[in-house]
Design a protein around this ligand. Structure first.
Ligand code: CA
Length: 623
């Protein structure tokens, strides 16, 4: 009887108190990791009044840390176990004891899975809410704050989802893209504008409006089956203002400007003066406002100098890499983070996954600033980001200007030529990611004033340039935002055919204009060619200063070459080949037109149609 009573009492306290653990992050970990240390965040009502113990397992309790809030404990573990297991954490106080289980899984993938994206890849960028809605049942949930779905509204949810990306994989693959970067897909349980995904409210939960964790895993495995690489969009700098921890912050310095936030005083916003990070003469005020200010009101700035927050973010990144078998991370708003933390974050990832890839977003048109952020840069302050890639905004800006400006001594194509000539400052220019557009800027078709010929030239430059090209979904069918320049909602227009009711379907071609079909086919020819061209993937680069509205960009490897001839002028151009001797082109040589597949025999001159390009595959004749 007494035994039964004790058992019942034990059960009672266990039930009662176990319920006070709201969460443990990360929700699981793995055996056989390079780094066998792990820190758990344990969140629960007055959990800090408990002692923590582990028994009878290869997992060693190294330390327990209280936070400023009594509702958190941070528990340091050393994982000696080599086989997958479930162990128990015991919590004891003067009046109660209970336990909870924690799982250590075996690792799912071979190390080769984590080989990152590289110069052999071409990336397709997707805004998931706006791409394909394969599962209308998950468009809205009563339990979430923003429940409205309205496709006619640029800033509301439209219903696109992970299953939609899966359904489109064959299409994306057929266009020649080898990697996909979907915008962030973790939960944004925000009051409004939750569609974009950049205001995460739980770092361990997929937004149910995009799908489930299992569906995210399925996307990753379906991509692996096609030899495609999945890049996750991560945001270290900030979280959403409705993040679960905002109601009970673990430490008084978990976020920057926390006292102002809690005291309802005015928040300090980022000054966006990103140059302050490298500026020898920067004031501390400017530097601090840059790294500690909030991006916007709905995105609290995380304080990476709090060691527990820093570790939380690093482990979260690794958890997603390991759970999904990722090939890369796209890091949002790189220079808004604490730079030292970011270096440690990337170094820790690389230690676990030596061939992994990270591309950082530094929206600057100044190549000096882009170079600063690439791994291997010899920076005056000794800084090493440990990121192998950065987005090439300077070359993107030059691409746009070179096509839209009229030709002159210092305008037009010369902009591209001179921007590419800056490559000597980059540690590894061919690993930079070059895009003509993305989810934050005008669509390429809008940038080039809806000129299909200039649009085609831009796509050719993307495919041929010594970079990792990135194309935004819909650019292959001339999607535009001309009615509202710079309008983010319109830039992220629904992909036609992604919704069952769509009259136009870009997957089947139904309802597309002739120009759209041609651009889609051009994209396919350029990027399927690039995918298999060792010359474009890893070859050297040679180009000639623009002359009479023509520009020649050539790539070569040993005796093989692929040369792009651009004529921006209104008249057909006759290139005198002897002027381009270094290309190895001579009269009588047989060359292949990459776009139409035809072979032609060269004469003394090469004619390039007006406002067009020729892409030729050829042997380099030695002279
Ligand atoms: Ca849906």
């Amino acid at each position: 009887m007494k035994g039964l009573l004790l058992t019942l009492l034990g059960l009672f306290s266990s039930l009662q108190l176990n319920a006070q653990i709201v969460r443990i992050d990360p929700p699981n970990w793995w055996v056989g990791m390079q780094n066998n240390e792990l820190q758990l965040l344990i969140h629960g009502d007055r959990i800090s009044s408990f002692q923590v113990r582990i028994e009878g397992t290869d997992v060693r309790l190294k330390g327990v840390h209280k936070a400023d809030s009594p509702n958190y404990l941070f528990v340091d573990l050393e994982i000696g176990a080599t086989a997958p297991s479930v162990f128990k954490l015991y919590f004891e106080s003067d009046t109660a004891r209970f336990s909870t289980s924690y799982e250590l899984k075996s690792r799912s993938f071979l190390a080769s899975v984590y080989s990152g994206f590289n110069r052999s890849d071409a990336i397709y960028l997707i805004t998931p809410d706006r791409f394909v809605n394969a599962t209308p049942e998950n468009d809205s949930f009563d339990t979430l704050r923003e429940i409205e779905v309205d496709r006619s509204h640029d800033y509301k949810r439209h219903g696109g989802d992970i299953n939609g990306i899966i359904r489109a994989l064959d299409y994306i693959d057929s266009l020649g893209f080898t990697a996909i970067w979907p915008g962030p897909m973790l939960i944004n349980d925000m009051n409004e504008q939750s569609y974009h995904g950049y205001a995460i409210t739980d770092h361990y939960q997929v937004d149910p409006r995009f799908g489930t964790l299992d569906e995210y895993k399925l996307l990753a495995s379906e991509m692996r089956d096609r030899d495609m690489k999945l890049i996750m969009d991560q945001i270290n700098n900030h979280c959403g203002s409705m993040h679960w921890w905002m109601n009970d912050l673990p430490f008084s310095n978990w976020i920057n400007g926390q006292s102002a936030f809690l005291g309802n005083k005015s928040i300090t916003y980022a000054n966006h003066r990103r140059t302050a990070l490298q500026d020898l003469y920067a004031s501390k005020r400017d530097y601090d406002e840059m790294t500690n200010g909030w991006f916007v009101e709905t995105m609290p700035d995380l304080n990476h100098r709090n060691a527990f927050l820093a570790r939380y973010i690093i482990q979260n990144s690794i958890w997603w890499i390991e759970t999904l078998g990722l090939s890369g991370i796209r890091q949002d708003t790189q220079p808004y983070n604490d730079p030292d933390f970011m270096s440690t974050w990337a170094a820790t990832i690389l230690k676990e996954y030596p061939n992994f890839s990270i591309v950082g977003e530094e929206w600057s048109y100044n190549p000096l600033r882009i170079a600063y952020w690439q791994q291997g840069a010899t920076n005056r302050d000794g800084y090493n980001s440990n990121m192998n890639s950065v987005f090439d905004f300077p070359l993107q800006g030059a691409l746009s200007a070179s096509l839209t400006e009229s030709e002159g001594w210092d305008s037009g194509l010369i902009k591209w030529y001179e921007a590419l000539s800056n490559d000597f400052i980059y540690p590894d220019p061919m690993s930079l990611v070059l895009m003509a557009d993305n989810h934050d800027m005008d669509r390429l078709f809008t940038q080039v004033n809806e000129d299909t010929q200039l649009h085609a030239i831009a796509l050719a430059l993307l495919a041929v340039s010594p970079r990792i090209p990135q194309v935004y979904y819909g650019t292959e069918i001339l999607m535009q935002n001309t009615a509202k320049p710079h309008d983010h909602g319109l830039i992220r227009t629904d992909f036609p055919g992604g919704w069952q009711e769509d009259a136009i379907n870009a997957f089947t071609g139904k309802g597309l204009t002739e120009a759209q079909i041609q651009t889609q086919e051009l994209t396919r020819r350029l990027f399927t060619y690039r995918r298999n061209s060792e010359v474009l993937i890893s070859g050297n680069t040679l180009h000639f200063a623009p002359k009479d509205a023509t520009y020649v960009l050539s790539r070569f490897k040993e005796d093989q070459s692929v040369s792009l001839f651009i004529n921006k002028g209104v008249n057909e151009s006759q290139l005198v080949l002897s002027d381009y001797q270094e290309l190895g082109l001579i009269p009588g040589l047989e060359v292949r037109d990459v776009i139409n597949g035809r072979t032609l025999e060269l004469s003394e001159t090469l004619s390039i149609p007006s406002r067009s390009f020729l892409l030729l595959e050829h042997k380099r004749h030695e002279h």
